[in-house]
Every structure is written in structure tokens, then in C-alpha cells.
Design a protein around this ligand. Structure first.
Ligand SMILES: Cc1ncc(COP(=O)(O)O)c(C=O)c1O
Length: 415
């Protein structure tokens, strides 16, 4: 008798490419184990502290045994009410804070499970590219087909959605938006959202807007919420996150607000998967939402300075770069001749030669290849240092290319 068990994954697993950032992170961790100081511009993982008021509240509440029980699934009433008040205060949106708000274990979990609630085989989702991976793969895992199209200008975006809705049968079921956009830092105008809501009603599709960077906006620009558009509550939801606004990435706290049926669908599916978020974290989240507007302003000022140091430094190296209007990243095209390496090899070379971690644009879809995404999480001095080290690495590459020992192509020559 054969005692061996064959481990067989579900078919959906074959749809998932290796997580590209995993590879870069692995090299980073190996270097750090060796005691090498890697400057990390790779992941949007905030390094600045959570506001004191929030950590103090967590510590105070965490010692109360009542918080050690299973929490209220879907979020505490007071936190949901605070989220509704935030929407009223910032965007003039009227929410009850009951069946139109649900708390999630970070927005990524919420987006994933909402896709599972809304989508299945035979459904089509439209996602602009480049994209944050979960916006595509949550739909893929749910069994839906994903149609990607270049992000482009707002006009082009709307034209593409309209044309795909007319030509595809069955019509797309969902459009996945992410404004402010990761990785490009693009902001949507209010008018864009107005047109999107009109299209949603005309072609009967739902809309999700991932608003994780809604509060990280520079130079007096404003990021409108999808929900402030009349009629938006009929067609969609928006996801918010505590991770970026309040430097609470490890706490895993986010929320989904908007259309009650969609929120209800997420609540139903989450009911089978999880028991909610540690109550002490939820109580601390109330303090963040209620008392930490000033901390956000200070944090955005910090990111804006880092953005300027990084963009100006890259420009001095001869790179063409636009300062992002929002988000935590600089999205920049790798200049000639180095772009011939492709973004993955370029990133690996920067890690190996410069001890600088960057995110290869290819990790955000094919349309992102040729670009890098640089996170604004390291301080200004370390950003300057990273630029110096990258510059040195590029000089080294130039010399090797001249000597014929390095070929500018996506994969290192074998042998
Ligand atoms: C666009 C976008 N959405 C969602 C997330 C995940 O946020 P959370 O920590 O709330 O799960 C990220 C994190 O990098 C992100 O960039």
C-alpha cells in the first residue's frame, strides 16, 4: 500500500503567480541577518510611530479582561459610529454607522472577502493597471475574470470602462478603483467619480474604491471620497485603513463603508471566517479617529518633505520624475539604458549592490515594468544615503557594461 499522500492544491492556486515582493523581501531579510544595513524603500510599511494617545489607550484597555473575549463581529458600535462621524465631518456623507459600516482586519482583508462575497465564476471585474496586487488577485481567487486596462487619463479611463461595458456580455459586474492610487500616486477628481457613478447606474456594475491613502495628500490637493457623490451609496463602497493615516499597519484595523447590501454581504461572509478585531484595538481606533487629525497633518508634512528630497535627488541623477500628489510612494520610470534590465533585475541589482530595497514596477502588473515604486517610509537622511548608494551602484554597472562583463537585459546571462 502506498502511504504517501499527494498534496493537491485547489485550481485557484495555479492562478496565483509567486508574490514578487516576497522575493525582494527574502533578499532583504538575508542581508539584515548578515548585519547589513538595508535602506528600505520597498514596502509601504510605515516606520513612524502610532500617535501616543492611541497606544496609551490600547495599553489602558488591554488590561481589562472584558476585552479578552471574542469581540463584536463587524466592529464595536462606538467605532462604527466614529467612522460615520468622520465621513460626515470630512466629506459631508450621511451614514448611520450601523448597517452601512463594517470594521475589517485591515482593508486588505476586507477587500478580499468582499470580492468573495460579490464575485464568482462567470463574473468580470475591471481593474486599471498598474494595480495593487489584491485588487486583481482577490477577484481571481473568487473565481472571477479580471480585465485590466491602462490607468491613463480620467477621460481615457471612463471611455475604456464605457466601451468594455458595451462590448462585453455579460457586462462587467464590478469596477475596482483605488484613489489615491497605489503605486502611481494619482488622484481622482470629483467629476471623475460623478461620471463613474453615472456609468455604474447605466451599465449596472458595482464599484469599490480603495481609499487607504485618502488622508495622505500633498500640496493642498484634496482627495474626494467616492461616497460624497450623489448616488454613490446606491452603487458602491469605500475601504479605509488605519494603517497609513495613523501608522497602525501592524494593528490590522480598517473599514468598509457605503452601500448597505454590499456591507451586509461582507458581514455575512466575514461571519464565517473571523471573529473581528481585538476590542482594545478597536477602542484605540476610536481615539485615532476622534483625536488624531493633527497627527495626520504632521505625518503628511513629513512624507511631503521626504517626497521632495527623493524626487529632487532623482532629478539630480537625471531621472525624469513627477512628484506624486498623494500616497506614500514615488513612481518613477527607470532611465535608459538601465531600463533594459527590466524592473525586477534592476531592483535585485539595487539590493545586491546598493543595499537599497525598491519595489519593481512589474510587481504591479506588466504595465508597471520599466518603473520603480519607492516608499517614503525612511527618514530624509536615509533617503539621501539611499540615493548616493544607488548612484554608486549605477556607476559600477556602467563600468561593467563598458568592460563587457555586464549585459543590460532582464536576466543575468548564464554561465
Ligand atoms: C492601496 C492599498 N490598499 C490597501 C492596503 C492594505 O492596507 P491595510 O493595512 O489596511 O490592509 C495597502 C497597503 O499597502 C495599499 O497600498
Amino acid at each position: 500500500m502506498n502511504n504517501e499522500v499527494t498534496i493537491r492544491f485547489a485550481e485557484r492556486m495555479s492562478q496565483l503567480p509567486p508574490y514578487l515582493f516576497g522575493m525582494i523581501n527574502k533578499i532583504k531579510m538575508e542581508k539584515r541577518w548578515e548585519g547589513i544595513d538595508v535602506i528600505d524603500l520597498g514596502m509601504g510599511n510605515p516606520m513612524d510611530p502610532t500617535p501616543n494617545k492611541v497606544t496609551e489607550k490600547l495599553c489602558e484597555v488591554a488590561v481589562d479582561p472584558k476585552t479578552h473575549r471574542y469581540p463584536v463581529a463587524g466592529g464595536m458600535k462606538n467605532l462604527k459610529r466614529e467612522i460615520a462621524l468622520f465621513y460626515k465631518r470630512k466629506y459631508g456623507v450621511e451614514l448611520t454607522g450601523e448597517d452601512d459600516v463594517i470594521c475589517t482586519i485591515g482593508s486588505k482583508e476586507g477587500i478580499s472577502h468582499l470580492c468573495l462575497a460579490l464575485l464568482g465564476p462567470g463574473d468580470t471585474v475591471l481593474v486599471p493597471s498598474p494595480f495593487f496586487p489584491v485588487h486583481v488577485y482577490a477577484a481571481v481567487i473568487a473565481g472571477a475574470s479580471v480585465l485590466r486596462f491602462p490607468l491613463g487619463s480620467e477621460e481615457e479611463f471612463l471611455r475604456q470602462v464605457s466601451s468594455m461595458c458595451q462590448s462585453l456580455y455579460p457586462h462587467p459586474k464590478l469596477v475596482m478603483l483605488n484613489y489615491p492610487h497605489n503605486p502611481t500616486g494619482t488622484l481622482a477628481s470629483r467629476e471623475f467619480f460623478v461620471e463613474m457613478v453615472k456609468l455604474a447606474k447605466r451599465f449596472n456594475f458595482m464599484v469599490i474604491n480603495d481609499f487607504a491613502y485618502g488622508q495622505i495628500v500633498y500640496d493642498d490637493h484634496v482627495a474626494p471620497s467616492l461616497l460624497e457623490i450623489p448616488g454613490a451609496l446606491d452603487v458602491g463602497v469605500e475601504f479605509g485603513s488605519f494603517s497609513k493615516s495613523y501608522n497602525m499597519a501592524g494593528w490590522r484595523l480598517g473599514y468598509c463603508v457605503g452601500n448597505k447590501e454590499m456591507v451586509g454581504g461582507l458581514a455575512k461572509i466575514k461571519g464565517y471566517y473571523d471573529y473581528g478585531i481585538f476590542s482594545a484595538i478597536q477602542v484605540a481606533g476610536i481615539v485615532a479617529m476622534r483625536d488624531c487629525d493633527e497627527a495626520i497633518v504632521e505625518q503628511v508634512a513629513v512624507y511631503q518633505k521626504r517626497r521632495d528630497v527623493l524626487c529632487e535627488g532623482l532629478a539630480r541623477m537625471g531621472w525624469e520624475v513627477d512628484k506624486p500628489k498623494a500616497g506614500m510612494f514615488v513612481w518613477v520610470r527607470i532611465p535608459e539604458p538601465y531600463v533594459r534590465m527590466g524592473s525586477i533585475r534592476f531592483s535585485v541589482e539595487m539590493m545586491n549592490r546598493a543595499n537599497v530595497a525598491v519595489a519593481p514596477g512589474a510587481g504591479f502588473g506588466e504595465e508597471g515594468d520599466g518603473y520603480l515604486r519607492l516608499a517614503l517610509v525612511e527618514n530624509e537622511n536615509r533617503i539621501r544615503q539611499a540615493l548616493k548608494q544607488m548612484k554608486r551602484a549605477l556607476v559600477e554597472i556602467d563600468q561593467e557594461v563598458k568592460a563587457g562583463t555586464f549585459v543590460l537585459q532582464p536576466d543575468a546571462p548564464q554561465g
